[in-house]
Design a protein around this ligand. Structure first.
Ligand code: UT7
Length: 333
Protein backbone atom coordinates (compact mmCIF):
# COMPACT_ATOMS: atom_id res chain seq x y z
CA UNK A 1 0.00 0.00 0.00
CA UNK A 2 1.27 3.45 -0.86
CA UNK A 3 2.35 5.56 2.08
CA UNK A 4 0.01 8.45 2.94
CA UNK A 5 1.66 11.87 2.93
CA UNK A 6 0.25 14.88 4.79
CA UNK A 7 -0.28 18.07 2.80
CA UNK A 8 -1.05 21.65 3.78
CA UNK A 9 -4.32 22.40 1.95
CA UNK A 10 -5.32 25.69 3.59
CA UNK A 11 -3.65 28.65 5.23
CA UNK A 12 -4.76 31.66 7.26
CA UNK A 13 -3.24 34.12 9.74
CA UNK A 14 -4.47 36.89 11.96
CA UNK A 15 -2.84 39.82 13.75
CA UNK A 16 -4.42 42.31 16.16
CA UNK A 17 -4.90 45.91 15.07
CA UNK A 18 -2.69 47.83 17.50
CA UNK A 19 0.76 48.69 16.08
CA UNK A 20 3.54 49.22 18.62
CA UNK A 21 6.15 51.20 16.70
CA UNK A 22 9.84 51.68 17.45
CA UNK A 23 9.12 55.34 18.12
CA UNK A 24 6.55 54.46 20.77
CA UNK A 25 8.98 51.97 22.36
CA UNK A 26 11.58 54.75 22.46
CA UNK A 27 9.23 56.66 24.80
CA UNK A 28 9.15 53.64 27.15
CA UNK A 29 12.83 52.52 27.25
CA UNK A 30 16.21 53.87 26.14
CA UNK A 31 16.18 52.69 22.52
CA UNK A 32 15.83 54.03 18.98
CA UNK A 33 14.37 53.11 15.61
CA UNK A 34 17.92 53.10 14.21
CA UNK A 35 19.25 50.59 16.78
CA UNK A 36 16.30 48.23 16.40
CA UNK A 37 16.34 48.34 12.59
CA UNK A 38 20.10 47.80 12.40
CA UNK A 39 20.40 45.06 15.02
CA UNK A 40 17.13 43.20 14.58
CA UNK A 41 15.19 44.54 11.58
CA UNK A 42 11.84 45.24 13.25
CA UNK A 43 9.84 48.43 12.62
CA UNK A 44 6.61 47.58 14.42
CA UNK A 45 4.78 44.72 16.11
CA UNK A 46 1.08 44.04 16.73
CA UNK A 47 -0.29 43.95 20.28
CA UNK A 48 -3.52 42.30 21.44
CA UNK A 49 -5.30 44.82 23.64
CA UNK A 50 -8.30 44.16 25.89
CA UNK A 51 -8.90 42.78 29.35
CA UNK A 52 -9.04 38.99 29.51
CA UNK A 53 -7.83 38.43 25.94
CA UNK A 54 -5.33 35.60 25.45
CA UNK A 55 -3.63 33.50 22.81
CA UNK A 56 -6.89 31.61 22.21
CA UNK A 57 -8.42 34.86 20.91
CA UNK A 58 -5.61 35.13 18.37
CA UNK A 59 -5.88 31.44 17.49
CA UNK A 60 -9.66 31.60 17.24
CA UNK A 61 -9.46 34.25 14.51
CA UNK A 62 -6.83 32.33 12.54
CA UNK A 63 -8.76 29.04 12.75
CA UNK A 64 -12.16 30.65 12.04
CA UNK A 65 -10.73 32.27 8.90
CA UNK A 66 -9.08 29.01 7.86
CA UNK A 67 -12.34 27.05 8.17
CA UNK A 68 -14.23 29.71 6.21
CA UNK A 69 -11.80 30.05 3.33
CA UNK A 70 -11.34 26.30 2.92
CA UNK A 71 -15.09 25.67 3.15
CA UNK A 72 -14.48 23.23 6.01
CA UNK A 73 -17.15 22.50 8.60
CA UNK A 74 -15.84 22.38 12.20
CA UNK A 75 -17.38 18.88 12.42
CA UNK A 76 -14.91 17.57 9.83
CA UNK A 77 -11.85 18.34 11.96
CA UNK A 78 -10.43 15.33 13.80
CA UNK A 79 -7.44 16.95 15.50
CA UNK A 80 -6.37 20.47 16.48
CA UNK A 81 -2.91 21.20 17.84
CA UNK A 82 -1.98 24.61 19.16
CA UNK A 83 1.69 25.55 19.39
CA UNK A 84 2.11 28.18 22.07
CA UNK A 85 4.26 29.24 25.01
CA UNK A 86 1.70 31.80 26.14
CA UNK A 87 -1.33 29.59 26.85
CA UNK A 88 -4.46 31.33 28.17
CA UNK A 89 -3.90 29.39 31.39
CA UNK A 90 -1.87 26.40 32.61
CA UNK A 91 -4.80 24.13 31.88
CA UNK A 92 -6.89 23.36 30.00
CA UNK A 93 -4.88 23.54 26.80
CA UNK A 94 -5.37 26.62 24.63
CA UNK A 95 -6.14 24.18 21.80
CA UNK A 96 -9.22 23.04 23.74
CA UNK A 97 -10.35 26.66 24.19
CA UNK A 98 -9.86 27.47 20.50
CA UNK A 99 -11.78 24.32 19.50
CA UNK A 100 -14.65 25.36 21.76
CA UNK A 101 -14.71 28.93 20.44
CA UNK A 102 -14.91 27.86 16.78
CA UNK A 103 -17.30 24.96 17.37
CA UNK A 104 -14.92 22.03 16.77
CA UNK A 105 -16.57 19.15 18.64
CA UNK A 106 -15.41 15.92 16.98
CA UNK A 107 -11.69 16.45 17.51
CA UNK A 108 -9.11 15.83 20.20
CA UNK A 109 -6.91 18.83 20.82
CA UNK A 110 -3.79 19.63 22.78
CA UNK A 111 -0.93 22.14 23.01
CA UNK A 112 2.71 21.80 22.08
CA UNK A 113 5.22 24.02 23.84
CA UNK A 114 8.43 24.20 21.85
CA UNK A 115 8.79 27.99 21.76
CA UNK A 116 9.85 29.30 18.35
CA UNK A 117 10.05 25.76 16.92
CA UNK A 118 6.55 25.03 18.20
CA UNK A 119 4.79 25.40 14.86
CA UNK A 120 7.18 23.03 13.09
CA UNK A 121 7.04 20.41 15.87
CA UNK A 122 3.23 20.65 15.93
CA UNK A 123 3.02 20.41 12.15
CA UNK A 124 4.99 17.16 12.06
CA UNK A 125 3.00 15.76 15.00
CA UNK A 126 -0.29 16.43 13.23
CA UNK A 127 1.16 15.11 9.96
CA UNK A 128 1.98 11.81 11.70
CA UNK A 129 -1.72 11.32 12.56
CA UNK A 130 -2.64 12.00 8.92
CA UNK A 131 0.07 9.59 7.72
CA UNK A 132 -1.30 6.72 9.83
CA UNK A 133 -4.75 7.31 8.37
CA UNK A 134 -6.34 7.83 11.79
CA UNK A 135 -7.14 11.53 11.17
CA UNK A 136 -8.48 12.90 7.87
CA UNK A 137 -8.40 16.65 8.58
CA UNK A 138 -6.19 18.32 11.18
CA UNK A 139 -5.55 21.94 12.08
CA UNK A 140 -2.24 23.24 13.38
CA UNK A 141 -2.32 26.73 14.82
CA UNK A 142 0.63 28.71 16.15
CA UNK A 143 -0.64 31.40 18.53
CA UNK A 144 1.35 33.57 20.90
CA UNK A 145 0.43 36.65 22.87
CA UNK A 146 4.07 37.48 23.53
CA UNK A 147 3.12 40.89 24.95
CA UNK A 148 1.78 39.02 28.00
CA UNK A 149 5.30 37.84 28.94
CA UNK A 150 7.31 40.82 27.68
CA UNK A 151 8.85 43.21 30.18
CA UNK A 152 8.31 46.68 28.74
CA UNK A 153 10.95 48.10 31.09
CA UNK A 154 13.69 45.84 29.64
CA UNK A 155 15.09 47.27 26.42
CA UNK A 156 17.04 44.11 25.61
CA UNK A 157 13.84 42.10 25.05
CA UNK A 158 10.85 44.43 24.71
CA UNK A 159 11.69 45.50 21.18
CA UNK A 160 11.66 41.94 19.89
CA UNK A 161 8.21 40.41 20.34
CA UNK A 162 4.69 40.75 18.96
CA UNK A 163 1.33 38.96 19.04
CA UNK A 164 -0.12 36.88 16.19
CA UNK A 165 -1.59 33.56 15.13
CA UNK A 166 -1.33 31.47 11.96
CA UNK A 167 -3.10 28.25 11.08
CA UNK A 168 -2.93 25.52 8.45
CA UNK A 169 -5.24 22.71 7.41
CA UNK A 170 -3.62 19.30 6.91
CA UNK A 171 -5.12 16.51 4.81
CA UNK A 172 -3.84 13.38 3.06
CA UNK A 173 -1.98 14.39 -0.09
CA UNK A 174 -3.59 13.50 -3.40
CA UNK A 175 -0.30 13.52 -5.36
CA UNK A 176 3.47 13.76 -4.79
CA UNK A 177 3.20 17.05 -2.85
CA UNK A 178 3.15 17.40 0.94
CA UNK A 179 5.51 17.09 3.88
CA UNK A 180 8.54 15.18 2.63
CA UNK A 181 11.19 15.29 5.35
CA UNK A 182 12.15 16.91 8.65
CA UNK A 183 15.10 17.25 11.02
CA UNK A 184 14.26 18.33 14.57
CA UNK A 185 16.62 18.79 17.51
CA UNK A 186 16.57 19.91 21.14
CA UNK A 187 19.27 20.81 23.64
CA UNK A 188 17.77 21.49 27.04
CA UNK A 189 21.06 22.80 28.40
CA UNK A 190 20.34 25.94 26.37
CA UNK A 191 17.48 26.80 28.74
CA UNK A 192 19.77 28.98 30.84
CA UNK A 193 20.02 31.49 28.02
CA UNK A 194 16.31 31.82 27.27
CA UNK A 195 13.49 31.13 29.70
CA UNK A 196 10.87 32.53 32.05
CA UNK A 197 12.13 32.33 35.61
CA UNK A 198 8.89 31.95 37.57
CA UNK A 199 5.29 30.86 37.29
CA UNK A 200 5.97 27.16 36.73
CA UNK A 201 5.97 24.30 39.25
CA UNK A 202 9.63 24.85 40.18
CA UNK A 203 9.03 28.46 41.17
CA UNK A 204 5.32 29.19 41.49
CA UNK A 205 4.04 32.75 41.39
CA UNK A 206 4.47 34.69 44.64
CA UNK A 207 4.71 38.32 45.68
CA UNK A 208 8.48 37.88 45.54
CA UNK A 209 8.51 36.59 41.95
CA UNK A 210 6.20 39.37 40.80
CA UNK A 211 8.29 42.03 42.55
CA UNK A 212 11.44 40.58 40.94
CA UNK A 213 9.78 40.75 37.49
CA UNK A 214 10.32 37.04 36.94
CA UNK A 215 7.20 36.40 34.86
CA UNK A 216 8.74 37.75 31.68
CA UNK A 217 11.05 36.46 28.94
CA UNK A 218 14.65 36.30 30.15
CA UNK A 219 17.19 36.17 27.33
CA UNK A 220 20.96 36.36 27.00
CA UNK A 221 20.72 37.66 23.46
CA UNK A 222 24.27 37.22 22.21
CA UNK A 223 24.49 33.56 23.29
CA UNK A 224 21.13 32.74 21.75
CA UNK A 225 22.16 34.56 18.58
CA UNK A 226 25.28 32.40 18.15
CA UNK A 227 23.39 29.12 18.63
CA UNK A 228 20.55 30.29 16.37
CA UNK A 229 22.84 31.24 13.49
CA UNK A 230 24.76 27.97 13.45
CA UNK A 231 22.01 25.49 14.35
CA UNK A 232 19.25 26.79 12.08
CA UNK A 233 21.62 26.87 9.13
CA UNK A 234 23.09 23.43 9.93
CA UNK A 235 19.76 21.61 9.80
CA UNK A 236 18.64 23.59 6.75
CA UNK A 237 21.78 22.61 4.82
CA UNK A 238 21.51 19.01 6.10
CA UNK A 239 17.92 18.65 4.85
CA UNK A 240 18.96 20.01 1.45
CA UNK A 241 21.83 17.53 1.19
CA UNK A 242 19.89 14.45 2.16
CA UNK A 243 17.11 15.31 -0.31
CA UNK A 244 19.59 16.14 -3.09
CA UNK A 245 18.31 19.70 -3.25
CA UNK A 246 20.48 22.40 -4.77
CA UNK A 247 19.88 26.08 -4.07
CA UNK A 248 18.30 26.50 -7.51
CA UNK A 249 15.77 23.74 -6.76
CA UNK A 250 14.37 25.60 -3.75
CA UNK A 251 11.56 28.09 -4.34
CA UNK A 252 11.42 29.47 -0.80
CA UNK A 253 13.06 29.41 2.58
CA UNK A 254 10.52 30.21 5.29
CA UNK A 255 12.59 30.99 8.38
CA UNK A 256 11.45 31.77 11.91
CA UNK A 257 11.52 35.56 12.22
CA UNK A 258 13.64 36.42 15.28
CA UNK A 259 16.35 38.64 13.82
CA UNK A 260 17.00 39.73 10.23
CA UNK A 261 20.70 38.99 10.66
CA UNK A 262 19.94 35.35 11.64
CA UNK A 263 17.61 35.00 8.65
CA UNK A 264 20.20 36.44 6.23
CA UNK A 265 22.94 34.17 7.60
CA UNK A 266 20.74 31.08 7.15
CA UNK A 267 19.86 32.01 3.56
CA UNK A 268 23.54 32.61 2.76
CA UNK A 269 24.67 29.25 4.23
CA UNK A 270 22.07 27.55 2.03
CA UNK A 271 23.37 29.45 -1.00
CA UNK A 272 19.98 31.02 -1.69
CA UNK A 273 19.38 34.25 -3.53
CA UNK A 274 17.90 36.78 -1.09
CA UNK A 275 14.66 36.95 -3.16
CA UNK A 276 13.91 33.35 -2.17
CA UNK A 277 13.81 34.08 1.55
CA UNK A 278 10.45 35.01 3.06
CA UNK A 279 10.81 37.95 5.43
CA UNK A 280 8.14 39.90 7.29
CA UNK A 281 9.89 40.53 10.62
CA UNK A 282 9.79 44.28 9.93
CA UNK A 283 6.00 44.35 10.31
CA UNK A 284 5.40 41.93 13.19
CA UNK A 285 8.61 41.22 15.15
CA UNK A 286 9.06 37.79 16.68
CA UNK A 287 5.65 36.20 17.18
CA UNK A 288 7.19 32.88 18.36
CA UNK A 289 4.94 29.98 17.22
CA UNK A 290 3.13 32.17 14.69
CA UNK A 291 6.05 33.43 12.58
CA UNK A 292 6.14 30.64 9.99
CA UNK A 293 2.40 30.42 9.15
CA UNK A 294 2.18 34.24 9.26
CA UNK A 295 5.04 34.48 6.77
CA UNK A 296 3.52 31.84 4.49
CA UNK A 297 0.24 33.74 4.63
CA UNK A 298 1.84 37.09 3.75
CA UNK A 299 3.58 35.51 0.74
CA UNK A 300 0.68 33.24 -0.24
CA UNK A 301 0.07 34.86 -3.61
CA UNK A 302 3.60 33.95 -4.66
CA UNK A 303 3.24 30.28 -3.68
CA UNK A 304 2.67 27.77 -6.45
CA UNK A 305 1.73 24.12 -6.33
CA UNK A 306 4.88 22.01 -6.52
CA UNK A 307 7.18 24.67 -5.02
CA UNK A 308 9.97 23.10 -3.00
CA UNK A 309 10.06 24.90 0.33
CA UNK A 310 12.27 24.68 3.40
CA UNK A 311 10.80 25.76 6.74
CA UNK A 312 13.36 26.46 9.48
CA UNK A 313 13.19 27.52 13.11
CA UNK A 314 15.28 28.03 16.22
CA UNK A 315 14.14 28.99 19.68
CA UNK A 316 13.86 28.51 23.42
CA UNK A 317 14.73 25.09 24.78
CA UNK A 318 16.89 25.18 22.82
CA UNK A 319 14.75 23.71 20.07
CA UNK A 320 15.39 23.86 16.35
CA UNK A 321 14.57 22.19 13.10
CA UNK A 322 13.98 22.26 9.39
CA UNK A 323 11.27 20.75 7.21
CA UNK A 324 11.10 20.08 3.48
CA UNK A 325 7.69 20.35 1.87
CA UNK A 326 6.40 20.32 -1.66
CA UNK A 327 3.66 22.95 -1.66
CA UNK A 328 0.24 21.51 -2.47
CA UNK A 329 -2.05 24.25 -3.78
CA UNK A 330 -2.25 27.68 -5.42
CA UNK A 331 -3.73 30.03 -2.80
CA UNK A 332 -6.52 32.02 -4.50
CA UNK A 333 -7.72 34.39 -1.76
O1 UT7 B 1 13.22 33.50 18.77
C1 UT7 B 1 13.86 33.05 19.91
C2 UT7 B 1 15.31 33.03 19.74
N1 UT7 B 1 15.84 34.34 19.94
C3 UT7 B 1 16.70 34.84 19.08
O2 UT7 B 1 17.00 34.26 18.07
C4 UT7 B 1 17.33 36.17 19.44
C5 UT7 B 1 18.82 36.09 19.26
N2 UT7 B 1 19.52 37.29 19.69
C6 UT7 B 1 19.41 38.47 19.03
O3 UT7 B 1 18.67 38.57 18.07
C7 UT7 B 1 20.30 39.61 19.45
O4 UT7 B 1 21.26 39.13 20.36
C8 UT7 B 1 19.54 40.80 20.11
C9 UT7 B 1 18.68 41.49 19.06
C10 UT7 B 1 18.65 40.29 21.24
C11 UT7 B 1 20.53 41.82 20.64
O5 UT7 B 1 21.41 42.23 19.59
P1 UT7 B 1 23.01 42.21 19.82
O6 UT7 B 1 23.61 42.71 18.58
O7 UT7 B 1 23.37 40.82 20.27
O8 UT7 B 1 23.19 43.27 20.96
P2 UT7 B 1 23.89 43.08 22.38
O9 UT7 B 1 23.03 42.30 23.28
O10 UT7 B 1 25.30 42.62 22.16
O11 UT7 B 1 23.95 44.57 22.86
C12 UT7 B 1 24.78 45.54 22.21
C13 UT7 B 1 24.59 46.87 22.89
C14 UT7 B 1 24.70 46.80 24.41
O12 UT7 B 1 25.28 48.01 24.86
P3 UT7 B 1 26.82 48.04 25.28
O13 UT7 B 1 26.99 47.03 26.34
O14 UT7 B 1 27.57 47.69 24.00
O15 UT7 B 1 27.01 49.45 25.71
C15 UT7 B 1 23.25 46.78 24.85
O16 UT7 B 1 23.07 47.31 26.15
O17 UT7 B 1 23.28 47.37 22.59
C16 UT7 B 1 22.62 47.69 23.82
N3 UT7 B 1 21.19 47.44 23.63
C17 UT7 B 1 20.36 48.37 23.14
N4 UT7 B 1 20.57 49.63 22.71
C18 UT7 B 1 19.51 50.30 22.23
C19 UT7 B 1 20.50 46.31 23.89
N5 UT7 B 1 19.21 46.48 23.57
C20 UT7 B 1 19.10 47.75 23.09
C21 UT7 B 1 18.03 48.50 22.59
N6 UT7 B 1 18.26 49.76 22.17
N7 UT7 B 1 16.78 48.00 22.50
Amino acid sequence: MEKIKAAITGLHAWVPEYRLTNDELATMVDTSDEWIMQRVGIRERRILKGEGKGSSDLGEQAVRGLLEKTGTSPDEIGLLICATITPDMFFPATANIISDKVGIKNAFSFDIGAACSGFLFALKTAAAYIETGSVKKAIVVGADKMSSITDYTDRTTCTLFGDAAGAVLLEPSQDDTGIIDYIFRTDGSGRKFLHMKAGGSARPASHETVDAREHFVYQEGQSVFKFAVSNMADVSVEIMERNNLKAEDIAWLVPHQANLRIIDATGRRMGLEPEKVMINIENYGNTTAATIPLCLHDYRHKLKKGDKIILAAFGGGFTWGSMYIKWSFDPMD
